[in-house]
Structures are given as C-alpha cells and as structure tokens.
Design a protein around this ligand. Structure first.
Ligand code: ZN
Ligand code: ZN
Length: 359
C-alpha cells in the first residue's frame, strides 16, 4: 500500500499548478488517511510541488513511524502554526485548504501565523473526486468489509425472537461485526420495527419486536478503514398482501437501478430507473431520499446517486443502491446493496439474499 499512498501524494503535488496553487493543506481525517495510511485523529499533509510533509503531534509519533512513509514533522504544539511556518519558509504565495473541513478557528490560526502576502484559497472536492474511483486494493478492502457485514447479519438474524428489543438486536449486530474483524459499525446500526420503519434514519429504541411487524435493518461495517452498507427487511410471522406488494415494488426498483449501473451513464440516470418503477406502483412520492451514494473511507462519499447528480459512472466506483418507500402509520421498506462499477456493468458485492426474510 505504501507505493499507492506515495502515488496519491504525487498526484496532488502534480495537480497544484493546474489549480494555480503553490501548496495544498489536507487535514480532514479521511483525506489524510487516503494520502498517507495514517489512522490517527490528528494529522495533516502539506503538499508542495516537489515534496509532501506529514504533520502530527507527539501522541502519534510512534504510530506515524509505522504507518506513514513520507517526511514527518512531530509538532510539540498545535499543528497549524507549524504548517504556517513551513509555508512561510517555502515562500508559498497561494495555499489551498479544504473549505468543507477547516474550521473557522483553524482558518484564523493559519492566517495569524502566515505572512500577509500569502493567500488562503478555498478548495472543494479535489481529494474527494480522486477518491471516487477505487483502486483494486481498495475494492478488495470494501469486498471484505461487505463480507463481514453480511456474515454479522446472518449470525444476528438467527437470534431474533419476538419480544427482543430493537436496541438489543442492534447491539447483537455490532457485537458480531467486531467479532468478525470490523473496527466498528460505519454508522449507528438501524433497527426499526413496525410503524417506526417509516423513519428512514430511525435510532433503535427499547420497543420489542412483535408478530405481524416489518423490521428494517440498515447496517454497515468499517474494516481496515473501508465501509460497507446494507439494508434488509424482516417480517415476524406471515406477511399480508399489502406488505408483499410494497416489498415487490421496492425490490423491482432496486433491481432496475442495479441493472442500469455501468460506466458512462450518469448517477441521475440510475436514480431515475428506481423512481420509474415506483411510479408505476404509485409509490414514487413515498421514496423520500436518493437512490444511493458512494462509499469508501467514509460511509457517504461522491457520487451521490440522486436526481441532480450528473456524474458519469466509471469503472472502480463503489456505490450503494437503496431505494425505499415510507408510509406514515404503516411502515417502510428499503433494500440496499453495495455494488462496484465494472468495465461492462457492475458487480453486486453484497451476498445476502434479497427475499423478504420471514422469522
Ligand atoms: Zn444503509
Ligand atoms: Zn446507504
């Protein structure tokens, strides 16, 4: 991986001129990890045309020696004044920074420690655009994260009984993930039963699972830094005609969207395929979010698989496909897989069956 990190840093250094920058400061944890492999919480990379410098503090001195292959400066105090000192010494005139990540305090601290003739230039999405297309080693890590997640689902699902509380099922899922090699869930595990399944981002509660209810489980793992994401539906008892019809609609929408994924089509085109199916069932207005999102070092990355995203898909992108319908007072249904765009179409990484699981 060290070569891969060095190559990513080189690409950022080589891209400075095009952006009319003399240097770029990267400090968001996911972008720092992307450029260096550093897994700690306090680090930054200063990319200059001919060299890249990693900054951290003494708590991470040992760890950074193990993880980071580029030149490292361990700062006694806050990192940003140390970055500013290097910027001044190298006579940087235009310093780029990540506008979505640098805090107002951080901006002030940089400004106060830099020469007056150095300008701070806001940059958005540069690293994030690089991160959209995954390397083979990244896809392998996502594949492993997906496998762990699906295995954890199987083990936890076997323990489901009526009267189990949502919160206990969520804890069981998280426990199984960790046992199987995940560092942590990639977001707070969602277990939502009955009418609460109509809340797309429900937090698990103390409510007990009851016969005759839908249960929505949305879960993902972070393993070796890479995210997975999956939603599956359970039904306690025998589902009636209405639930079966809703389920069929969402499944058809999900399959239609997956079918549309291939290089060259836009993210919006994929989103449209899911909406078209739900419209035929008169359920399009119950689909209140976008069809999916990129994932990788973060659970939500570019591209967004939504109505307005014109990003053309490219081989190597890892995205979710997750249409859903949410009916107040009834419940919600969502089906979500993690897929990778291939040169000819896509590969669904999630191995878990998409049948409505009856327990
Ligand atoms: Zn999800
Ligand atoms: Zn998702």
């Amino acid at each position: 991986m060290n070569n891969e990190f060095a190559e990513r840093r080189r690409l950022i250094g080589a891209g400075l001129e095009n952006r009319e920058l003399d240097a770029m400061l990267v400090a968001s944890p996911a972008n720092v990890r992307y450029l260096t492999g550093f897994t700690g919480s306090n680090g930054a990379v200063l990319a200059l045309p001919g060299e890249r410098i990693f900054f951290t503090d003494p708590r991470y001195a040992i760890q950074s020696r193990r993880e980071v292959s580029c030149r490292t400066q361990v700062c006694k105090g806050p990192i940003l004044p140390a970055v500013a000192a290097v910027v001044a010494a190298r006579r940087v005139r235009r310093l780029g920074f990540e506008r979505a990540h640098l805090s107002y305090d951080g901006f002030d601290l940089l400004r106060a420690n830099m020469p007056v003739n150095t300008s701070l230039e806001p940059v958005s999405g540069w690293l994030e655009e690089h991160r959209m297309v995954k390397s083979e080693s990244e896809i392998e890590l996502i594949r492993r994260s997906v496998a762990t997640n699906s295995k954890a689902f199987e083990l936890a699902a076997r323990r489901i009984r009526p009267s189990m509380r949502e919160r206990d099922l969520a804890a069981e899922i998280d426990h199984q993930m960790r046992r199987l090699g995940a560092e942590k869930p990639s977001f707070e595990t969602i277990v939502a039963s009955g009418e609460r399944s109509a809340l797309p981002h429900a937090h698990p509660t103390g409510a007990a699972l009851k016969a005759g209810q839908l249960v929505l489980i949305d879960m993902g793992a972070f393993q070796d830094g890479y995210a997975s994401d999956m939603t599956r539906m359970l039904f306690l008892g025998a589902p009636g005609a209405r639930v079966k019809r809703l389920y069929r609609a969402v499944l058809e929408a999900q399959l239609a969207a997956v079918d549309a994924v291939r290089p060259g089509v836009t993210a919006a085109h994929v989103d449209r395929q899911a909406r078209k199916v739900l419209k035929a069932y008169k359920l399009d207005r119950a689909f209140v979010h976008s069809t999916g999102h990129g994932l990788g070092l973060e659970i939500h990355e570019l591209p967004r698989i939504g109505r307005k995203d014109k990003t053309p898909l490219a081989a190597g992108m890892a995205i979710t496909i997750e249409p859903g319908v949410y009916l107040e007072g009834v419940g919600g249904i969502r089906i979500e897989d993690t897929v990778v765009v291939t040169p000819t179409g896509c590969e669904v990484l999630t191995p878990t069956s998409k049948e409505l699981r009856v327990v």
